[in-house]
Design a protein around this ligand. Structure first.
Ligand code: UDP
Length: 290
């Protein structure tokens, strides 16, 4: 709620508390953005059945709501639909390498099913859809205890705690700053009706987890204190978006490099840590040491 506190007094803003797993209340819309699902592995794996329901029934209910309102339905899908990719970087045409039985399946398969629902609504009833696949995004307003790598490393470094590397840290990610992501959302949303996507959205600047840790420690001015713990099961080893499709269609490209984005995020977390209850433990997945 603190993330929308500054909007609550606006006349054109209404907050409706509703679980998307249940059918939507009778409200009208022109445009529906469906971002409803935890995206941090720690959170989506803590209640996997609820995650699967949110991705499946939540998307279905959102699509039915959009159809009733003749609204555009904008689906936040994910790079996780590529699983542990065998193609690098990942273009939208790559079909993925996803475990159907592992701990990430609730999210990966849920999001894959969400995409298939969107395209069936589009084919069967002409619903206007836009599907984007978000690659790792970070920035201000993340939770201190979010559990994902950027927030964990910054919070650990600011507290002088050791940084937890899952595995040997050679796995890569490509991190997109949140304002770039939102710009891309709006650009995709404004494309002509037939442009359904899917579109990859992310920043192709690839970095290993170990390099990220070192960079954050250097920026904060902390000595290198790393702790290596068990690798996460089915952890994708390399991830980098091919964004040529969205750039060709909308002209969008990320504007905020990793250094600038991390600087702004570190400043945000300095305050967020002070405001949060002490000590707020960072969320730990079940596979790591306590
Ligand atoms: N990771 C890590 N330490 C942490 C959190 C994450 O080494 O404290 C690694 C994780 O194993 C993965 C990468 O960082 O290889 C990105 O993880 P994150 O949870 O941010 O998102 P994912 O891309 O896996 O969904």
């Amino acid at each position: 709620m603190s993330n929308v506190a500054h909007l609550l007094n606006r006349q054109n803003f209404t907050f409706v508390k509703h679980d998307v797993v249940e059918p939507f209340p009778e409200i009208e819309a022109d445009l529906v953005f469906n971002l409803a699902c935890p995206a941090s592995p720690v959170f989506y794996q803590s209640d996997p059945i609820k995650t699967a329901k949110t991705a499946a029934f939540g998307t279905l209910n959102g699509l039915e709501f959009a159809k009733r309102s003749a609204a555009q339905f904008f689906q936040a899908s994910t790079s996780e639909i590529y699983g542990d990719p065998e193609v690098h970087p990942q273009p939208e045409t790559y079909q993925g390498n996803v475990s159907t039985t592992g701990p990430r399946a609730c999210y990966d398969e849920g999001k894959r099913f969400g995409e298939s629902l969107c395209f069936d609504f589009h084919r069967m009833s002409g619903l206007e859809i836009k599907v984007v696949r978000i690659f790792n995004t970070y920035g201000p307003r993340m939770q201190v205890a979010d559990g994902r790598v950027v927030s964990n490393f910054i919070v650990q470094a600011l507290r002088g705690d050791p940084i937890t590397i899952y595995g040997d840290g050679s796995q890569t990610r490509s991190f997109c700053y949140v304002s770039d992501l939102i710009d891309a959302f709006l650009a995709v949303s404004e494309t002509p009706k037939g442009e359904t996507g899917p579109f990859n959205i992310g920043n192709p600047e690839e970095i290993t987890v170990l390099e990220l840790a070192t960079h954050i420690l250097d920026t904060i001015g902390e000595p290198e204190k790393l702790v290596f713990v068990d690798a996460a099961k089915d952890d994708p080893q390399r991830r980098k978006p091919d964004i040529s499709k969205v750039t060709a269609t909308t002209g969008w490209q990320p504007q905020v490099g990793l250094r600038a984005g991390l600087d702004a995020t570190i400043e945000y977390f300095r305050t967020a840590i002070m405001l949060s209850e002490r000590p707020t433990p960072i969320a730990r997945p079940s596979w790591t040491v306590a």
